[in-house]
Each structure stands twice: as C-alpha cells, then as structure tokens.
Design a protein. Sequence first.
Length: 512
Amino acid sequence: MSGRLRRAGGLGGGLLVAGTTSDAGKSVVTAGICRWLARQGVRVAPFKAQNMSLNSFVTREGAEIGRAQAMQAAAARVEPTALMNPVLLKPGGDRSSQVVLLGKPVGELSARGYHAGRQERLLGTVTDCLTELRRTHDAVICEGAGSPAEINLRRTDIVNMGLARAARIPAVVVGDIDRGGVFASFFGTTALLSKEDQALVAGYLVNKFRGDVTLLEPGLDMLRSLTGRATLGVLPYAHGLGIDEEDGLRVSLRGTVRESVVAPPHGADVLRVAVCAVPLMSNFTDVDALAAEPGVVVRFVDRPEELADADLVVLPGTRGTVRALAWLRERGLADALARRAAEGRPVLGLCGGFQMLGEHIDDEVESKAGAVEALGLLPVRVRFAVEKTLARPVGEALGEPVEGYEIHHGVAEVAGGDEEFLDGCRRGAVWGTHWHGSLESDGFRRAFLRRVAADAGRAFVPAPDTRFGALREEQLDRLGDLIEEHADTGALLRLIEEGVPEGLPFVPPGAP
C-alpha cells in the first residue's frame, strides 16, 4: 500500500485534520489515523506547524516539541523529531509566549507581536519541514489548531488553511457532537472560508457521538446537500482515552481526575495523590503514570484543606515558577506543605515544583523578579540561566533504572540532603528532581510508591505487572480502532493518495 501513497516528485501524501473548535478532537483523530496507517504498513508521520502548549517533550536530538506530537509519533511508530512541530508557543501568561523554533527557544513575543508579522514569516520554515517529512514518509497527517474559520487570524495563518494552501493538501474538519451544534459548526466553518480555502475542505468527521447513528443520518444527508461534502465517519464517544494533553491554559483542573484506574488496589489500601494545580502548570502528564496504577487515586487541588488526606502531594512543573510560588503562599498551600514536611509526610517536586521546594531562586530570565525566597524544604538554590536545558537523562534511583527528560531554565545547586535523587535530592519525605517522565519507568515507579506508602503509613502495594508503556500502546491501538471501524478509510486513503478532489462546491457567503 505504501508505494501507492507517493506523489509526483517523490513526496508522500498529506492530509490536514482541522476542527470546528479547539478541543474538537483533532489530536485524537490525527493519532488514530497515524496508528491505522502504521498498521497497514504505511510509513506515516504526524505534523503540527504551530502548537500552543505547556506540555512539551524532548526528542533524542535535544529538540523541544509538543507532547501531543510526541504521542502522535508513537502512534505512527516513528521517532519524534523537531520537524513534526517546527513552531511551539509556550504561554507565560495571557499576553505573551516563549517561541520555540525547530526545537530551540528564540525569545518571548506578545500575541500581537507574533501575529503582526513573525508568524507569517515562518510559513517558509513550516512548509520546508512538511516537505522534508513528505520526502521521507509515505504520508504525513497534519493537525490544525483551533478553527480554520478564525477569520481575524487568516492573513497570518500557517497551521490551518494557510498550510493546506501552501502544500496543496486536502482537509477534513472534525466536530465534537458532544458539545452540541455540530451541523451548524460544520456548515458555518465551511461558509466562513474563502472560495480558495473551501476548495480544499473535502469532508467532515463527527467525534464523540453517543447513541444510534441511524438517528444522525438525516442530518448528515442534509449537510451533504447544503455543502456538497460527505461526512467521512462518525466516531463514537470513547471513555478513558488517556492521551497526552496539549493545551496548558485550559479550564481549571480542580477536581479533575486524569484517567485514574478504577481497578481495586493490589494491597489493602488505596494511595491518594494530590497535585497542586499551580498557574501555568506544565507537563502535568507526569502524573499519568501514577493514575495508571491500580489503587492510586489522583486529583488536582488548589486549597490547603484538600492536602489533609493526601498520602502524596505533587508540585508539578510550571512556566512561571516565581508566580506559582506566590500563588502557593496566597492560598495557604505553602504553609500546608511546610507542615507536611515537618510531619514526615511525602511531597514530590518535579521541575518547577522542585525549584519551589528549594531555599532560594534567582530569576532574571523567566519572571525577572531577581532574588526570591523559596519554600525552604530542600537544600537547593536555583539560578535561572538564559539558555534552556533540554536533555534526555538516563540514570538510577531507589535501585531501579530510570529514564526521563529535562526542560528548564533553572540551574539547581544541591547542597546536602539525605539522599541524591535523579540529579536532585531527598530530605526527609520531601523529594525533588528536574526530570520529567521518570514515573513512566515501571520499576522505579513501584519502588517510589512503596517508599511513599511506608512514609504515609498506608498498606498500599503497587501491582507487580503494571507496564505503563504497554498501557499507552493499548490506548493508541484503541484510537486506530476508532478510525478503522467508524471512518470511511477508503475515502481517507483516496484523499491522502490523490490529493484535493476536483469540483468541491462553494458555500456562500465565504470570506473576503
């Protein structure tokens, strides 16, 4: 099959997965198409020209990309590279973001400054990366961002129809029917595009449908008569798809449980984990591996009372360490953490959380706040460097091998502690490290949870057979199954192989 998907000039086929809104399911559908194609023997790669996310990953060559693209690369069974996400925007607040270009930070820009010219100048870089991926793969599945019908941003667009136009690839539009209004969203999205953009929109995909699909068919038929475009699949609502999150500035995660496994504990007790939902929280996917353990209950919290019954409190990473530190103090969480440490109750700090647990922070880079006193729970002093550390460390802790990745400006000077811990340290029941992803190492995770359970006085026993990597593979296969079983795979293959269909009708009024 893979040979059929090569185009003239030796380029592989391409497809853009756009959406009626943010969080319509573009990431899931892109990953599902990648896994379905990979199972057919197609050499496929994911691509997202521009991504705004606080959840990122480090590739083997030391490049920073969005975690969603790393997840999609795993779905495609290929190694993630910077080519798959050439532009990554990491918000530092409501008005500015760090711009990461081809895996390396190149500066901070306001939203106005980015859209006023910088974004448009990046189109050549983006299309070059896509072309290179198409040279080395049979197919590239591109994920859009937000909606292609954001007409205020169309002039500088490099991730939706701007990309599709530049690369001459067809687009399918995904709509989340669980939100309601999916037919209006499909029609309105199409009708707000210019004639040239509409000529690339080849069909629709309904996501998160519950119930009898035959009840939907009259609406799908009417949509086709109104737009001249078919719906290429109705994907059912699937529970428990614990894939990596993309948007770090979404609604508050207070009270949210990220895919906690409902299986009973292996021992007599459950283990309760409270994650402090700090501002600009980044890489909160670190706790997914904890939630995958039978008997471990993970929740996000923002009040000191919610720490009272927690066996482990996690301070996650953040793009605003000093801001998050002030937030902890304002809410009384800093005092609650100090009491926990004094009582010998477990606390784990990851990256920015590790920095907050130290004694002192000198930051002239991220917040430009200068000298700031931290929580004083670990013997660590942190100085923020202009150059970002991007690494894939390998080591050992608690007698078990560990792999992880590092993304931080803070340089930690560790001066003591009871035990070294993944280039960080432990003092009492307080642990800290810059390493993300360490809890995905199964043996280490089990050893760490045994220590936590002992310190917390819980009769919790980690299950001996939980393999986080295998669970991730199962989730990716479920995404592939959704596409294979509920999408018109023949139509998708034709779009990837043959490109933009001829004669797609114009839906008025269109955009200027």
